[in-house]
Design a protein around this ligand. Structure first.
Ligand code: CTP
Ligand SMILES: C[C@](O)(CO)[C@H](O)COP(=O)(O)O
Length: 229
């Protein structure tokens, strides 16, 4: 059994800076987006890809990175959540309402197959779904307006949400539509599901499945690639 994955890739990369959105920058001879698509589509658990792009984006997506998997394009929205919802609506009819679908950031190119294995295996057995996540391992401080420390936050049971996130097509769509209708800007799919009273499963993922948000993250990915040889 395989699942389609929605890849939100319509962001502008404002925190990264520069003219070209970060997902289209070249690393090791191909774009960040191509690295992400390759990591996803090379996995046997992926049945197809919905690529959500900005209306002004027309990237060259080398067919090879899609490993012969079917793919469709969708037009992104003003927020990540809007882009994900657009991706859900672009899924083929062959994806049934109760089928699990994945959402994975284009900006997370360093996804490893073993993480996808774990998420699919454990998430599909959960009544709601699951997300990859990593336990917080640093002490967390709350900043005051003056740049001083206002306090230390308890970090027990705190996890950083990663992607992919795995939910059923209809349930996720309804949760995202409800958040939008309520004017709530959810920052991940799990938040929309939690608002509906769901408790998605946390599946511990690798710390190196990091999101490229700043140029320092980009340099880290270049280093990770160089280590692969
Ligand atoms: N309207 C948006 C905003 C974000 N994304 C995608 O969501 C993922 C995670 O978002 P983020 O890292 O925040 O990317 P940007 O929104 O581009 O970055 P920034 O917030 O710095 O502008 C990225 O793959 C991005 O392309 C999207 O598809 N549509
Ligand atoms: C979905 C996500 O990657 C989980 O950590 C994160 O919320 C995306 O945040 P962004 O500000 O849209 O990059």
């Amino acid at each position: 059994m395989s699942s389609w994955v929605i890849v939100p890739a319509a962001g502008r990369g404002s925190r990264f800076g520069g003219e070209v959105p970060k997902q289209f920058l070249d690393v090791g001879g191909r774009s960040l987006l191509a690295h992400t698509l390759d990591a996803l589509a090379s996995h046997p658990g992926i049945g197809g890809v919905v690529l959500v792009l900005g209306t002004e984006d027309a990237p060259v997506v080398p067919e090879a990175v899609l490993h012969g998997k079917p793919w469709v394009r969708a037009a992104g929205g003003d927020t990540r959540a809007a882009s994900v919802l657009a991706g859900l609506r672009a899924l083929p009819e062959s994806v049934r309402p109760d089928d699990f679908v994945l959402v994975h950031d284009a900006a997370r190119p360093n996804l490893h197959a073993d993480d996808l294995d774990a998420l699919l295996e454990r998430g599909r057995m959960d009544p709601v779904g699951a997300i990859l996540a990593a336990p917080v391992r640093d002490t967390l401080k709350r900043a005051g307006d003056d740049g001083g420390i206002d306090g230390t936050e308890p970090r027990e049971r705190l996890w950083r949400a990663l992607t992919p996130q795995l939910f059923r097509r209809l349930q996720l769509g309804r949760a995202l539509e409800a958040a939008d209708a309520d004017g709530i800007a959810v920052t991940d799919e799990a938040m929309a599901m939690e608002r509906q009273g769901a408790r998605p499963l946390l599946v511990e993922g690798r710390e190196d499945n990091f999101k490229i948000t700043t140029p320092a993250d980009f340099a880290r990915f270049e280093f990770e690639l160089s280590r692969r040889g």
